[in-house]
Design a protein around this ligand. Structure first.
Ligand code: CAA
Ligand code: NDP
Length: 291
C-alpha cells in the first residue's frame, strides 16, 4: 500500500518528533492534539529541531522549509479521516488510546493502517478494540525521535503480512532501522531499560546514592550518555511509572514493582523535564538535583 498522508495523534514530545521525521521524509503530516497550546508548542519545537539540523549541515534551509510546509495541525480528531496511516502518540493510558481509536475509526478509509507508539501496552488488546485488527501494529519510536535510529515494530496476533511489510518500508523510508518485537509487555527496549531506571530510583530511595552520584556512576562507570534519573526525567516520570505498571501487571512478577518514590514524584506532578521538575529541578539556569 502507498502511504502519502500521515495522521499523528498527540503533540507531546513523541508526536512532535514523529511529525518532524515524517515531514522531512516527504510525507504530508496532519498533527492532532486535544490542546491547541500543545500544537503551537510542537510546531515551535519542530522548527527549532529542524534548525539544529540545518546548523549541523544535515539538511538545507530549503529542506527545512519544505518539511514545515508539509505539517498541518488540528484539534478535531475526525480531520484525520483521509490519512493512509495513523500514528497514535497520546498519553500512555490504555483508556485514552482506546477512546481515540473508537472515535476515529468510523471516519477512516477501509485500508488505512492504524499504529500506536505505545511504550508498553498490548498491541493485540488495542487492536481488538478497533474494526481492523489485521491492519493494526505497534510502531515504537525512541526519544528524541529525530536522533534515535531504532523503531520497534510490534505485530498483534491478528496483524497481517501486507501491513507489516508496508510498515517495514515506511521505517526504511525514514532512514531508520526496524527491530521486530513480539507483543509482550513493554516489548524489547523498555523491558530492559525501564527496570534499570526503576532500580536507579530504588537506589535513590534506599539512600545508596543521591541523584548526582547515581547519574555520574552510570555515565562514567557504564558509559551511558545520560544517567538513569536524567533519562527518566527526559522520558517523563508518568510514562516511566505507566510502563512499570504494565510490566508488573502483565508479567505478575514482584521484580517489576514500581518504586514508591517514583509513584510519589508522579503524585506530586513532578513529571521531569515536561513539568520543569522531576529528579532535577529545571526552573533555573542549570538543572539542580531534588535529592
Ligand atoms: C520510553 C520509551 O518508550 C523508549 C525510549 O525512547 S527510551 C529513551 C531512549 N533514548 C535515550 O536513551 C537517549 C539517551 N541520550 C542520548 O542519546 C543523548 O544524550 C542525546 C542524543 C539525547 C543528546 O546527546 P548530546 O550529545 O548530549 O547532545 P548534543 O551533542 O547536543 O546532540 C546530539 C545530537 O542530538 C540532537 N538532539 C539532541 N537533543 C535533541 C532533541 N531533544 N530533539 C532533537 N534532536 C536532538 C542534536 O541536534 C545532535 O544532532 P547531530 O548529532 O545529528 O548533530
Ligand atoms: N517519552 C518517551 O520517551 C517515549 C514515549 N513513548 C510513548 O509515546 C506516547 C506519547 O508519549 P509522550 O509524547 O512522551 O507524552 P506527552 O505527555 O509528552 O504527550 C502526550 C500528548 O498527548 C495529548 N493527548 C492526551 N489525550 C489525547 C487525546 N485524546 N487526543 C489527542 N491528544 C491527546 C496530551 O495532551 P495533554 O497534555 O493536554 O493531556 C499531550 O500533548 C506514549 O504512549 C508513550 O508511552 C514512546 C517512546 C518514548
Amino acid at each position: 500500500m502507498q502511504i502519502h498522508k500521515v495522521g499523528v495523534i498527540g503533540a507531546g514530545q513523541m508526536g512532535n518528533g514523529i511529525a518532524h521525521v515524517f515531514a522531512l521524509a516527504g510525507y504530508d503530516v496532519l498533527l492532532n492534539d486535544i490542546s491547541q497550546d500543545a500544537l503551537t508548542r510542537a510546531l515551535a519545537l519542530i522548527d527549532r529541531n529542524l534548525g539544529r539540523q540545518v546548523v549541523r549541515e544535515k539538511i538545507t534551509e530549503a529542506e527545512k522549509a519544505n518539511a514545515i510546509g508539509r505539517i498541518s495541525t488540528t484539534t478535531t480528531l475526525t480531520d484525520l479521516g483521509a490519512s493512509d496511516l495513523v500514528i497514535e502518540a497520546a498519553t500512555e493510558r490504555e483508556t485514552v488510546k482506546t477512546a481515540i481509536f473508537e472515535d476515529l475509526q468510523p471516519h477512516l478509509k477501509p485500508d488505512t493502517i492504524l499504529t500506536s507508539n505505545t511504550s508498553s501496552i498490548s498491541i493485540t488488546r488495542l487492536a481488538s478494540r478497533t474494526d481492523r485488527p489485521e491492519k493494526f501494529m505497534g510502531l515504537h519510536f525512541m526519544n528524541p525521535v529525530p536522533v534515535m535510529q531504532l523503531v520497534e515494530l510490534i505485530r498483534g496476533i491478528a496483524t497481517d503480512e501486507p501491513t507489516y511489510k508496508t510498515m517495514l518500508g515506511v521505517v526504511e523510508s525514514l532512514g531508520k532501522t526496524a527491530a521486530s518485537a513480539e507483543d509482550f509487555p513493554a516489548f524489547i527496549v523498555n523491558r530492559i531499560l525501564m527496570p534499570m531506571i526503576n532500580e536507579a530510583v530504588y537506589t535513590l530511595y534506599e539512600g545508596v546514592g543521591n541523584v548526582r552520584s547515581i547519574d555520574e556512576s552510570m555515565k562514567l562507570g557504564a558509559n551511558h550518555p545520560m544517567g538513569p534519573l536524567e533519562l527518566a526525567d527526559f522520558i517523563g516520570l508518568d510514562t516511566c511509572l505507566a510502563i512499570m505498571n504494565v510490566l508488573h501487571d502483565g508479567l505478575a512478577d514482584t521484580k517489576y514493582r514500581p518504586c514508591p518514590l517514583l509513584t510519589k514524584y508522579v503524585e506530586a506532578g513532578w513529571l521531569g523535564r515536561k513539568t520543569s521538575r522531576g529528579f532535577y529541578d529545571y526552573r533555573g539556569e542549570t538543572p539542580v538535583p531534588t535529592r
